[in-house]
Ligand binder design. Structure first.
Ligand SMILES: Nc1ncnc2c1ncn2[C@@H]1O[C@H](COP(=O)(O)OP(=O)(O)OP(=O)(O)O)[C@@H](O)[C@H]1O
Ligand SMILES: Nc1ccn([C@@H]2O[C@H](COP(=O)(O)O)[C@@H](O)[C@H]2O)c(=O)n1
Length: 784
């Protein structure tokens, strides 16, 4: 192995804080990950296999990236583009981001330490053993630093030799919005290439490792020169893969259970952090991404490193589909297995006392919105932990509140001994309410906080502002704005970003823009908030302006902005173009983007495309399920998705039932509709709302069951029926020519919406069908 694997398991079980390392993604997931291996050695172990490394050199625009894609396709190497890694730093506003941006704008070389560290991180976190390192080393200094820090030598060095004029033409036509693709920077890049990269090329030439390729001609012609270079290495490339214990790609399923006689410990690893992939996704085609995913699953099936790991469903022969579907299922299965293991241990008298375990599990339950699993975890948590550990109880509170279990959330909250000492617990409650669209409740908690003398912190405000945006009250929003300034958060980017969003959602785009202008160091959230706000307000011109400024500053629109753009697309052609753009950026697997694509295709009547996107999703949330079911509003196949959703243990919500009930109404599936209506309250505790009754009246009405439809309104509904319900009945009366019930429905509608001419017209048609000409005339007179 390239990196040494410590043999002992003990560090895992008694991991000290120092043995834990939180990677960026891990931290983002709020997870504590115990490192299961010692990882200090960066030189290859003696006798261990080194990774197969190819350096790809050539001037700017010589076609390195293009050829790398083909090499990846054919030989399955992992593509790491140094330029892409640096651009990712800019986009993510890391501490080096500004410095890198300035150097790239000027065509200069970023300090080797920075670039090599980025490459090293990618190499270490990948489970691949064969890499294409593109655009590196650019200088002798780069080369030496790589040898020193990574401790590896390339097996092959490709040099794409291209005349300057051709490179200039290609770069100026590249059209990817890169800050350095302009003639001024290009001239500098070419000079630097000649001065600094030539010595590297000569170095490898002297070592006999250099392969020079004439980079003029078609992409395929050039690749014909590349192919034979790798042929001698084919066996080496096929050989078993390097297994890196630190690799997030290897961490599948997300949990590994470690058992000793007295103790059960869990190593939690988020299975959906793929830094290697996302870093180079700018250039990569999603197909490679899929190949990697599938490999990941296969590798994990093959490598359990001696741990008791959770079982995985075997991938089927269709890589793309199965890779993704099994991923989603396995996440829940893994969670379920871990909880079952813990329950078994608890029954045997082994008490689990580590708050990190519960915090991780609850975080996962929350991500998967599995309240059922959350409740099981809840039962395992010792009472004293719940009372005293803010981290654990807050996660539980948020889970319950966000799944609509307000009472239980409050019960847990009330028992928290430290709830009055900080805003932490309150934030969870506010966040839970805000996420489940219970905005008034979220606001009430904020005001309660003030009454109880708990000071809000910088995390409180974004949550409250989100709730305020949900309510759409500019007055409350302004009051909170004053509060946050008073509390000293008037210059906090994190808070100001939420303020931009709030003002925009409350309809005051001018104020949103003035807050945005006030943000001194805008981060990518600031830009994306403003872009999204303009889009929401239909201000496309302004949105395009912001978009241009973003590209100028090297900030890419994020998934939220892209989802908003997708939601506003008016033509299938533009939708498809955007879908292509999304794929090129490797963003098609982002949950909100995929959800928006489903809605887009469904809106455009492209059901099979919507299903395709859905089937490809790595992760699905309630919005995805609702979108695909709603896309089937006139197709009985939609119920299969509902059943699949239940099997996946995703809890249907109010919207899901509106969708399935209208599907049943539209397709005449009365029995299924009745069954689902009853399931909604009995199984899922959702009391039927106006929309559900409207669907039921529609269901019976369309099926000609007028008495059932009528009695649904007068007998079953516990509240006054509104226009949607009576309207459904009136329409059914028109279809089935029932003037008696039609009169009753119309009468109620005339009271509820006296100005809606449609109701009068419908009643006239009903009378006309029944040949009650005098009544037709009477209604006509009423309309005058
Ligand atoms: N053989 C070719 N003929 C014409 N255009 C090409 C060819 N190969 C690549 N291109 C185009 O030239 C542009 C530059 O190619 P590419 O991005 O692969 O170059 P690169 O060497 O990776 O550039 P950089 O170092 O600037 O990242 C792209 O727009 C690409 O589509
Ligand atoms: N080893 C490297 C690679 C790149 N850079 C900087 O990034 C710019 C773009 O690189 P591409 O390979 O995508 O063209 C490049 O001009 C350098 O500014 C670097 O510093 N070191």
């Amino acid at each position: 192995m390239w990196r040494r694997v410590a043999s002992s398991l003990s560090p895992i079980i008694s991991s000290s804080p120092s043995s834990r390392s939180l990677s960026r993604n891990q931290a983002a997931f709020g997870l504590i990950i115990r490192e299961s291996f010692a990882t200090e050695i960066s030189k290859p172990e003696e006798g261990a296999k080194s990774p197969f490394i190819t350096f790809v050199l050539g001037g700017p625009g010589s076609g390195k990236g293009t050829q790398c894609e083909k090499i990846v396709e054919t030989f399955g190497l992992t593509h790491l583009s140094a330029g892409d890694l640096l651009r990712r730093e800019i986009a993510m506003h890391t501490k080096n981001g500004d410095m890198i941006l300035n150097l790239i704008k000027d065509g200069k070389i970023v300090p080797s330490e920075v670039t090599v560290k980025l490459l090293q991180k990618e190499l270490e976190s990948s489970n691949s053993s064969k890499f294409l390192i593109d655009g590196f080393p650019r200088t002798e200094e780069n080369r030496v630093a790589f040898e020193r820090i990574v401790g590896a030598d390339p097996d092959v060095v490709l040099f794409f030799d291209c005349p300057e004029e051709e490179m200039v033409t290609r770069v100026l036509n590249r059209n990817q919005g890169r800050v350095d693709d302009n003639i001024t920077t290009m001239k500098k890049r070419l000079k630097i290439f000649e001065a600094l990269n030539r010595p590297v090329i000569d170095y490898y030439k002297n070592k006999g490792k250099l392969y020079t390729i004439n980079a003029v001609g078609t992409v395929d012609d050039i690749f014909k020169q590349v192919l034979p270079i790798f042929t001698p290495f084919q066996e080496q490339l096929k050989q078993s893969r390097h297994v890196n214990p630190k690799s997030p790609l290897l961490c599948f399923p997300p949990f590994i259970i470690l058992r000793t006689e007295k103790m059960v410990s869990i190593v939690y690893r988020p299975s959906f952090c793929y830094p290697t992939i996302s870093s180079s996704s700018m250039k990569k085609k999603p197909r490679h991404y899929e190949q990697l995913k599938l490999k990941q699953i296969q590798d994990n099936n093959n490598n359990n490193n001696g741990f008791t790991s959770l079982s995985l469903s075997k991938p089927s022969p269709t890589p793309i589909l199965v890779g993704k579907q099994s991923t989603q299922r396995t996440k829940l299965e893994a969670l379920d297995s871990v909880i079952t293991e813990l329950e078994t241990s608890a029954r045997k008298g082994i008490t689990i006392t580590e708050p990190e375990i519960f915090a991780s599990l609850l975080e996962t339950c929350y991500t998967l919105r599995s309240i059922h699993h959350g409740a099981r975890v809840h039962r395992l948590i010792p009472a004293y932990l719940l009372r005293n550990n803010l981290g654990v109880s807050s996660k539980l509170v948020r889970l319950y509140a966000s799944c609509g279990y307000a009472e239980v959330a409050h019960e847990v909250f009330d028992q928290m001994s430290k709830r009055k000492s900080s805003a932490f617990a309150w934030n969870s409650l506010i966040s839970g309410y805000a996420e489940s669209a219970q905005y008034e409740d979220a606001m009430a908690i904020y005001f309660q906080m003030a009454e109880d003398g708990v000071k809000p912190d910088r995390f409180t405000f974004p949550r409250v502002l989100k709730a305020c945006g949900g309510i759409g009250s500019i007055q409350i929003g302004e009051a909170i704005h004053r509060d946050l300034v008073k509390e000293g958060f008037g210059y906090d980017v994190y808070v100001l970003n939420a303020l931009v969003d709030m003002y925009a959602k409350c309809g005051d785009i001018v104020k949103a823009k003035s807050v945005f202008d006030m943000i001194p160091h805008k981060d990518y959230v600031s830009w994306n908030s403003m872009l999204t706000s303009y889009l929401h307000h239909g201000l496309l011109h302004e949105a395009v302006h912001i978009f241009r400024l973003m590209v100028r500053d090297g900030v890419e629109p994020d998934k939220v902005a892209i989802s908003s753009v997708l939601a506003r697309v008016l033509s299938l052609k533009h939708g498809r173009q955007l879908h292509g753009w999304v794929i090129r950026r490797g963003m098609e697997c982002e949950l909100s983007v995929a959800n928006a694509l489903i809605v887009l295709y469904s809106k455009m009547g492209q059901l099979s495309q919507a299903c395709f996107v859905f089937d490809q999703m790595l992760e699905r949330d309630i919005v995805s399920w609702n979108a695909i079911i709603s896309a089937h509003s006139k197709d009985s196949n939609g119920l299969k998705y509902f059943e699949e959703m239940q099997r996946a243990d995703v809890r249907p919500d109010v919207i899901t039932f509106v969708s399935v009930l209208s599907l049943c109404a539209n397709t005449g599936m009365v029995e299924d509709g009745e069954r689902l209506f009853s399931l909604m309250s009995k199984e899922y505790g959702i009391n039927p709302k106006m929309e559900h009754y409207a669907c039921m009246v529609n269901l019976y009405g369309r099926a000609g069951m007028m008495q059932e439809a009528y009695s649904m309104i007068v007998r079953e509904m516990g509240f006054e029926a509104g226009p949607t319900v009576w309207g459904a009945l009136l329409y059914a009366c028109y279809i089935h020519g029932n003037a008696d019930i039609g009169e009753v429905a119309a009468q109620r509608l005339f009271e509820l919406e006296p100005d809606n001419e449609h109701n009068f017209e419908l009643l006239m048609r009903i009378y006309s069908k029944a040949k009650r000409i005098q009544d037709v005339e009477r209604v006509r007179q009423m309309m005058l």
